[in-house]
Design a protein around this ligand. Structure first.
Ligand SMILES: Nc1ncnc2c1ncn2[C@@H]1O[C@H](COP(=O)(O)OP(=O)(O)OP(=O)(O)O)[C@@H](O)[C@H]1O
Length: 305
């Protein structure tokens, strides 16, 4: 009989995980796995339970129920053992304020008995801040330093809790390139983010959390295609009674017509045909699958299940 080794298991396995703060259930029975080289994005409303999930996966919290395994090990019991293989970019950084950027990286690589990696300072775009004390860094610069430390360890698993929050667009793109580089080298990445374009750009799989549960899971395309497509036109003074018969549901708000439909092409054809016959200028016309933003907004207004 062949034994199942740690290497045969996914890099991260979360099964029926529940986390509580006192009597409040912040994470309510979620499951997912992340393979080596995969980027898994956790999205969700504020307070959905993303950070609690990450903190549990890195061994800072003990699950109230269910299990977490990282590299086949329980992070609560084997945090030290995992420390060399797991990197964390958290919402709180634990840097010494008195050290400079260069000294922080050097201390970090010395502590981990790694070769010096000065070039990482440039790669996270902090070369001009290398001699500046951590206390004087902006929030975005601290996140980039966090990323340099994570990259220096060549981790098997990276937990990145909102790593691009507060970064300007150019720094965000640079961070994306570095995250991609990590997955190409085989690192499993758990990314939490509020930026839906970021998930669409980077993630192999996405889970949308809502009130402690995973409300949607799949590739971005699978999630968007399971929702009705949208056609929007206007702003124009539409009278809903003048509109042609469409398969989708129509709504007019602030002069904009929105059609939610499972028959995108046919309804678009009907609408354009009607506009041509009646001489109506549709103005700004957009048509396509539901965006993650729209799916998110619908979840936020949906009643708790
Ligand atoms: N230390 C704590 N004590 C009590 N409740 C907490 C604690 N930390 C978090 N919570 C609650 O648990 C829930 C989940 O919080 P969590 O920080 O995991 O959400 P999140 O999805 O990361 O949110 P955000 O997007 O705002 O960072 C929230 O309702 C939050 O108020």
């Amino acid at each position: 009989m062949n034994a199942i080794t740690h290497e045969d298991r996914p890099a991260v396995e979360v099964r029926d995980l529940a986390c509580r703060y006192g009597s409040f259930t912040a994470v309510d029975g979620i499951s997912f796995t992340i393979a080596s080289g995969e980027l898994f994005a956790l999205l969700g409303t504020n307070g959905a339970g993303k950070t609690t999930t990450v903190e549990t996966a890195v061994g800072l919290r003990r699950p109230a129920a269910g299990t977490v395994h990282v590299q086949g090990r329980d992070p609560w019991r084997h945090r030290r053992e995992l420390a060399g293989r797991v990197a964390v970019i958290g919402q709180e950084t634990g840097f010494a304020d008195d050290l400079t950027v260069r000294e922080t990286l050097r201390l970090w690589t010395d502590l981990h008995r790694l070769p010096a990696r000065e070039e990482l300072i440039e790669r996270v775009d902090l070369a001009h801040r290398a001699g500046v004390r951590v206390a004087a860094l902006s929030g975005g610069e601290r996140r980039r330093l966090d990323l340099a430390l994570a990259l220096s360890t060549d981790p098997a698993v990276l937990f990145a809790d909102e790593p691009t929050t507060g970064l300007d667009p150019a720094s965000r793109r640079r961070t994306w390139a570095l995250l991609r580089e990590l997955t190409e080298r085989g690192t499993a990445v758990l990314l939490t983010t509020h930026y839906l374009d970021e998930a669409a750009e980077l993630a192999d799989h996405v889970a949308i959390m809502d009130r402690g549960r995973i409300a949607r899971f799949g590739t971005v395309e699978e999630i968007t295609s399971s929702h009705e497509a949208r056609i929007t036109v206007g702003p124009k003074p539409f009278d809903p009674l003048d509109l042609p018969v469409l398969a989708g549901r129509t709504a007019v708000a602030d002069g904009r017509l929105t059609v939610r439909t499972t028959e995108l092409q046919a309804d678009l054809h009907r609408l354009l045909d009607w506009a041509a016959r009646t001489g109506v200028d549709l103005g700004d016309l957009r048509a396509g699958p539901a965006t993650l933003d729209e799916i998110f907004a619908e979840l936020e207004t949906a009643p708790a299940s």
